[in-house]
Design a binder for this molecule. Structure first.
Ligand code: FES
Length: 76
């Protein structure tokens, strides 16, 4: 499997004003969200975020984006 395939962005519908935790360490089994795996790996904690509009977002899974938690094309 190529890195590009493995780390493609994921489209997720996010709800306005709901609190989310974006995985920053890449160990989560529930990408793009944190599942607490960073604790076992002594890795970086999640980034808390919310959105101002309920819609589908293109979420980064490669962790290289300059606009977390959203994909900015850096995975290519
Ligand atoms: S998945 Fe596209 S920038 Fe990370």
């Amino acid at each position: 499997m190529s890195n590009e395939k493995k780390y493609s962005p994921i489209k997720v519908e996010l709800e306005k004003d709901k609190n989310y935790g974006w995985c920053t360490c890449a160990h989560s089994s529930n990408q793009p969200f944190c599942d607490g795996s960073h604790k076992a790996h002594n890795a970086t904690p999640s980034m808390r975020f919310s959105v101002e509009e309920t819609k589908t977002y293109n979420m980064c899974t490669c962790k290289l984006t300059s606009n977390p938690p959203f994909c900015d094309g850096s995975h290519k």
